[in-house]
Every structure is written in structure tokens, then in C-alpha cells.
Ligand binder design. Structure first.
Ligand code: F6R
Length: 252
């Protein structure tokens, strides 16, 4: 089902596979329309299916990433890129090593930077140098965070060091042997860079995301629920499965 709500297009699809297919179609269309585009990419469980579908499209010659540049939303801090929990490792393993993107065109905040402020400043400069992000992929945290911009962030921040919320540490502990191993800090490109993207797609799957999705769309625009700022963006496509859309469908 496809809905229009204020400035957003909302797809409510049957299941996770369907949202992965839809997201991959939109991203591939973006690359085909503008082969040298700049993509903003997310990690976490939600976009994994999308990356798999995109690899398949690449293998079938339906999309060519050779001229694409990417900027990832976030990275844990501090973390070695060789650590299997790092987002640098995730991107390499799950996507970049399986497509024809040039490694030098893939940017991820440096989880080992000694001078974090300088690194953050450079990350912002690089995004600007490439003309900003054309197409940003987002997931959403159970607490409404986007790109690790946790409740009570400043909407105007660019790339910066963030303290992860307890709820996020709890949610992400599923990837670690022990909750104590989950980093408590991360580097995020900030809401400002996200909001300056020309187009945004946000994916959510599962009932545990339903409340955050409902507040994002129908709640007040407030730093308490960072994703609510997307109500002010004029090109957002939200791709949900039935479970994540459970609380909003009756209101669309
Ligand atoms: C990851 C990121 C996070 C996730 C969010 C949801 O790059 O930006 O904001 O999108 O934590 O994570 P999953 O998809 O694992 O539920």
C-alpha cells in the first residue's frame, strides 16, 4: 500500500523482504539516474536485506557503483575498523567488497581518530566538497534516534561525538557477547547533514519500531524524538512492514 502524508510517501508492505526490495529499487534508481551520486548509508539490521538485494542487482548488471561516493551515518568510538563490530567492517563485509565501488570513494567516520573534533570537521568538509548527500538511507532506533542522534540532541549539529542512550546500548547488545562490550560513544554525521540530504528513505521493520514510527510522523517535532525532524524535510520516503506501521495505518 502506498500513502501520501504531508510531504512524505509511505509504503506499508507485507514483510521485511518486501521493504528490502523496495529500498533497493529506489537506491538503484537513484544510481542509474545519477551515476556519480553521493549516497548516505546506514548500518544495523534493517538495511541488511537492502544491501543483499543491491548486490544481486549489481551481479545482474542492473546497477553500476563505479562512480558512486558514499558517506556512512555513524561509527562507534573508539573502535578499530578491523573489529567485526565496527561499522567499517560491516560495510566492507556486507556491501562494499561485493560491488564495484571504489574503496577510496567510501567514507566512514574514523573510529580511531585521535583528534575527534578535527576528524568531525573534515567529515563535514568532505560531504560539502562532494556537493552534499543526494540520497540518504536511514533506520530508526526504538527511541526514535536516527544515525545515532539520540534523544535531546541538537538538530543543528553536524558530525560530532555522541553518547549512546541506554536503550540503544541495550538494543545493540544483541550484536555483542556481553552488554559491557557495547561502546558507549559513537560519531554521528549529525541531524544537520541528514536534513541537508536531497532525498531521504527511512526503513523500519517489526513491532518494536511501531511506537517510534508513530511519534516520528504524528508527534511534535522535538529533540526528544530526533526522527520527528523529518516532518520538516520535503522529500522523505518511509518504507515500513505491517508490524512497524501498525499504529499509523489507522490514521493515514
Ligand atoms: C546505524 C544507525 C542507527 C540504526 C538504528 C536502528 O547506522 O544509523 O540509527 O539505524 O539504531 O538499528 P536496527 O536497524 O539494527 O534496528
Amino acid at each position: 500500500m502506498k500513502y501520501k502524508y504531508k510531504g512524505s510517501i509511505i509504503y506499508v508492505l507485507e514483510n521485511y523482504d518486501e521493504i528490502s526490495i523496495k529500498a533497493a529499487q529506489l537506491l538503484a534508481a537513484q544510481v542509474n539516474l545519477k551515476p556519480n551520486c553521493v549516497l548516505g548509508l546506514a548500518t544495523g539490521s534493517t538495511p541488511e536485506g537492502m544491501y543483499k538485494k543491491l548486490i544481486r542487482k549489481y551481479e545482474q548488471n542492473e546497477v553500476d557503483f563505479s562512480e558512486v561516493t558514499t558517506f556512512n551515518l555513524d561509527e562507534y568510538y573508539p573502535i578499530d575498523p578491523k573489529n567485526t563490530q565496527s561499522y567499517a567492517y560491516y560495510m566492507k563485509e556486507k556491501f562494499f567488497s561485493k560491488i564495484n565501488i571504489q574503496q577510496s570513494q567510501t567514507f566512514i567516520p574514523d573510529g580511531q581518530a585521535e583528534d575527534v573534533d578535527k576528524m568531525c570537521e573534515n567529515y563535514d568538509l568532505m560531504i560539502n566538497k562532494y556537493g552534499g548527500i543526494d540520497f540518504q538511507v536511514l533506520g530508526i532506533g526504538n527511541n526514535g534516534h536516527i544515525g545515532f542522534n539520540e534523544p535531546n540532541i541538537r538538530f543543528e549539529s553536524g558530525t560530532h561525538l555522541v553518547e549512546l542512550d541506554n536503550e540503544t546500548i541495550e538494543a545493540n547488545s544483541r550484536f555483542f557477547d556481553n552488554k559491557k562490550d557495547v561502546p558507549i560513544l559513537a560519531i554521528s554525521m549529525g541531524v544537520r547533514n541528514i536534513m541537508h540530504s536531497k532525498k531521504i528513505i527511512l526503513l523500519a521493520s517489526g513491532e518494536h519500531k511501531a511506537e517510534a514510527v508513530e511519534k516520528m510522523l504524528f508527534g511534535d517535532i522535538t529533540p526528544n524524538l530526533p526522527a520527528s525532524i523529518l516532518q520538516l524535510h520535503n522529500d522523505v520516503t518511509i518504507i515500513l512492514d505491517n508490524a512497524a506501521a501498525k499504529l499509523i495505518v489507522p490514521r493515514l
